[in-house]
Structures are given as structure tokens and as C-alpha cells.
Ligand binder design. Structure first.
Ligand code: DAK
Length: 263
């Protein structure tokens, strides 16, 4: 692959968008390679993913404006679908995905971070949806996910004014969970991913699905989704060992040594 690197660090997979000369902007090839990378993740050997950008300046500076500028309507639609499909694949990926936002997260860059489960960022990170200044709407889910994450009023302000915000403001409005000095960001992301990886993997996956699917429906339906996914955890090795270890007061062993089981 030319623009995506994948590194397996124990149970954690690290995906890096590696196109620093264009501030990791998303062209068709980046999107295709990201899609193929997600398809290739070994779900039996991986319990959490980290998504980041190469270099210390940019996470992703948006969709590739050069490529987009010459698109026909049909090509624009195809490009939009490619982006939306891969963003949705990230959002619904069976494993938790942490976005380690190490600089600019503009347009499609902000949107791809919002397709991840959790966002943390470096102190030089800049978030924004500048699309209206380019004559388009945020098209990779920005109008939908930003409003769900930070509330409609704040999302509308950011989108209508196309104003970028710095890391501290992103933290204040709840767009990111934490801000770190640039050189500490990846260690913090790995530590968080490792903390997830030591929990019961089926339970973690089911929590992701319960939260995501539940947010799309009303509370009555959401509770039914939760019940089903709660029930799914029973009779798994993880549940038996986790509860068994607790009852035996063997907390040292608790879940940390339970082998992965995916059914
Ligand atoms: N696309 C292509 N190249 C980009 C880029 C981008 N988004 N952002 C930066 N680059 C390139 C620059 O052209 C430059 O390349 P060279 O000239 O060196 O060849 C290199 O990266 C370094 O950028 P700068 O020289 O501009 O660096 P600065 O530090 O001066 O400025 C900046 C950094 C991030 C403030 C600036 O580069 C900038 O404003 N970039 C554009 C940010 C932006 O507007 N992003 C939003 C793009 S629109 C769709 C769905 C979604 C979308 C579209 C369609 N459909 C459903 C169809 C999404 C749209 C967007 O994301």
C-alpha cells in the first residue's frame, strides 16, 4: 500500500494515513487502501484499533480538493459513496476505534475522526468543517455526526461559519475526550487501547453495537437491542471466566488471561 500503514502491537492495530506531503488528505486511493486495510484486520488477534495520521502537523486535512475540483456529478457521487462506505465501515467496525488526532482534522478529516468511537488529540490539533467556504456541504457525515456529538446548536455554528476550533475548544464542547502534548499522544492512545484490549472482547464489541444501534432508535427499541446483546454475552468463555474469577476472588486472573472467543 502506498498511503496506509498498518502495525500490529499486541492486541492493538495501528492504522496510519500516510500521505504527509498533502497533509494526509483523502483521495480515492487513500479511501480504497483504508477500506482494504479494515477488511484485512485479523479480528481474532485484535481487540482495538487506533487511527492516526503521519507526521506531526496533520491528522487528515480533508478530502483531496485537487481531486474533487475536476469531478463530474457522477464522479462526485462515486467519490462520496466511497468515502461514506469506508467511514460507515469504521463506525460499525466490530472493534473499538480510537482516533489519535495529531494535527489538522478539517472537513473529511474531522468527519473521519467522528466515525471513530473515541477521539483524543494533540495540543496542536485543529478541528473544523470548512466545506461551506468551498461551496459544498459536509458530505462524509459531518452534518449528522457533529450534531450528535456536540449538539445541534454548536454543530450549526461550526458548520455555518466554517470556523476552525483549537484542541482546547474541541475538548470543551465534547468533540474530543482528552488533549495531550503532541509527543505523548500515541502513548496515550496505546494505553487506552491496551486498557480496552484487556477487557472481555465479546462484551466490548457488544457494548459498541448496543450504543451505536441504540442511538438510532427510540428508547423502547434501544432497550430491546441492549437486552439481546447482554444475553449474547452469556455462555461465552469470557463471561464464565470473568464471573467465575470474581466469585473465586481470583481478581489477578480476571479476564486478562481469557482467550478470545468470537461466538
Ligand atoms: N486536499 C488536497 N491537498 C491538500 C489539502 C486538501 N484538503 N490540504 C492540504 N493540502 C496540500 C496543499 O495543497 C499543499 O500541497 P503542495 O502545495 O505542497 O503540493 C500541502 O498539502 C501543504 O498544505 P499547505 O501548504 O496549505 O499548508 P499550510 O500549513 O499553509 O496550511 C491548512 C494547512 C490545513 C490550513 C491548508 O492546507 C488548508 O486549508 N487545507 C485545506 C483544508 C480544507 O479545506 N479541508 C476540507 C476539504 S473539503 C463528499 C463528501 C465529503 C467531502 C467532499 C465530498 N461527497 C459526499 C461527494 C469532504 C470535503 C472536504 O473535506
Amino acid at each position: 500500500m502506498e498511503f496506509i500503514t498498518y502495525e500490529q502491537d499486541g492486541f492493538v492495530g495501528i492504522i496510519t494515513i500516510n500521505r504527509p506531503k498533502a497533509l494526509n488528505a483523502l483521495n480515492s486511493q487513500v479511501l480504497e487502501e483504508l477500506d482494504a486495510t479494515l477488511d484485512a484486520v485479523d479480528l481474532d488477534a485484535t481487540r482495538a484499533l487506533i487511527l492516526t495520521g503521519a507526521g506531526d502537523k496533520s491528522f487528515v486535512a480533508g478530502a483531496d480538493i485537487g481531486e474533487m475540483s475536476t469531478l463530474t456529478k457522477a464522479e462526485g457521487e462515486a467519490f462520496g459513496k466511497k468515502g461514506n462506505d469506508v467511514f460507515r465501515k469504521l463506525e460499525t467496525f466490530p472493534l473499538p476505534v480510537i482516533a489519535a488526532v495529531n494535527g489538522f482534522a478539517l472537513g473529511g478529516g474531522c468527519e473521519i475522526s467522528m466515525s471513530c468511537d473515541i477521539r483524543i488529540c494533540s495540543d496542536n490539533a485543529i478541528f473544523g468543517q470548512p466545506e461551506v467556504g468551498l461551496g459544498i456541504t459536509p458530505g462524509f457525515g459531518g452534518t449528522q455526526r457533529l450534531a450528535r456529538l456536540v449538539g445541534a446548536g454548536m454543530a450549526k455554528q461550526m458548520i455555518y461559519t466554517a470556523r476552525n476550533i483549537k484542541a482546547d475548544e474541541a475538548y470543551r464542547i465534547g468533540l474530543v475526550n482528552a488533549v495531550y502534548p503532541q509527543d505523548e499522544l500515541m502513548d496515550a492512545a496505546k494505553k487506552m487501547a491496551a486498557g480496552i484490549a484487556m477487557q472481555a472482547p465479546i462484551a466490548v464489541r457488544n457494548c459498541k453495537k448496543a450504543i451505536n444501534d441504540g442511538l438510532d432508535v427510540d428508547m423502547d427499541q434501544a432497550i430491546v437491542i441492549e437486552e439481546k446483546l447482554f444475553g449474547d454475552c452469556f455462555e461465552t468463555e469470557d463471561q464464565r471466566a470473568g464471573m467465575g474469577n470474581f466469585l473465586e476472588k481470583d481478581k489477578e486472573k480476571k479476564l486478562k488471561v481469557v482467550p478470545f472467543q468470537n461466538k
